[in-house]
Design a protein. Structure first.
Length: 284
């Protein structure tokens, strides 16, 4: 009963240690999952902010590109309208001139008017071309300035993004190093607990094996002693049987000898009697 109580006490202590280890492991797993969930949430928020920023930048770029296309289309449409109006005016003037030429017979005045008309047309074309060139140069300068400002803003944003990502990577690296240190400590603690449990288990197994070996030795000795006793009893019984048999043989031999002696005596007695009878008969 005392041995059973000790074994029960030891098993309860081992179960209690194992329960505390399992509880600590569950708490560490819950903390690790909570920390992983927090890191995933932070990474997801940063990624969502980055995606929103990229989408905003892309939308701004698309708006700027569509605005530039619309401005170019508007300028081309205005130039085409000016060209159409000029062509209409030109055709009208040509029709008027032809009508005036048809109505007028003054060749000199027609030539002077024609020369002036050509000069005016050439001047007007030159003015239109100069205006177009000036508008295109202004547009090109404005586009260059807008491009420089856009590239400068993009470089600033990229620098800010790189700084933020570097800070996040540094913070993530520091957190990962702390988490790895915590994991190493937990692993060392678990390894020590496992070694202590293995040592305790091996000691209990060794003790149980030694007890079993002692009991087995006792039983083996008892069995060997019983076998020796049985062998000795068998030898004693065999010796008794052999003694009885030897006594019986001796008795049988003595009996046969007595029978032979009696038979010899009987024969000798018969021979003596026969001789006496024969002698007695002769004496008669």
């Amino acid at each position: 009963c005392f041995y059973d109580q000790k074994i029960l006490h030891k098993t309860f202590g081992v179960w209690k240690e194992r329960w505390t280890a399992c509880r600590e492991r569950n708490l560490s797993l819950r903390a690790a999952s909570h920390y992983r969930h927090l890191l995933y949430n932070l990474v997801f928020k940063a990624w969502r902010a980055y995606v929103c920023q990229q989408q905003g930048r892309r939308n701004k770029y698309y708006v700027a590109e569509s605005h530039a296309k619309k401005q170019k289309l508007l300028r081309s449409w205005q130039c085409w309208l000016i060209y159409v109006n000029v062509q209409r005016m030109k055709h009208g003037m040509q029709s008027v001139a032809m009508a005036f030429r048809e109505r007028s017979c003054l060749c000199i005045s027609w030539a002077v008017w024609r020369r002036r008309h050509y000069q005016n047309c050439a001047r007007h074309k030159m003015n239109v071309l100069a205006l177009q060139h000036w508008a295109q140069s202004l547009q090109f300068r404005a586009w260059l300035q807008w491009r420089e400002l856009y590239l400068y803003s993009q470089n600033d944003k990229q620098k800010e993004i790189r700084a933020v990502t570097h800070h996040q990577h540094w913070e993530l690296k520091r957190c990962m190093e702390a988490w790895l240190g915590y994991l190493n400590l937990n692993r060392a603690k678990k390894h020590q607990n496992e070694l202590s449990r293995k040592h305790h288990r091996s000691r209990i197994v060794r003790q149980c094996f030694s007890d079993w070996q002692l009991s087995w030795e006792r039983r083996r000795r008892m069995h060997s002693h019983e076998k020796d006793i049985e062998k000795l009893a068998a030898r004693i019984a065999l010796r008794r049987v052999f003694v009885h048999w030897e006594h019986y043989v001796v008795l049988c031999v003595e009996e046969t000898q007595q029978c032979e002696l009696a038979e010899k005596r009987y024969k000798h007695h018969l021979l003596v009697r026969a001789l006496l009878r024969v002698r007695w008969k002769r004496l008669r």
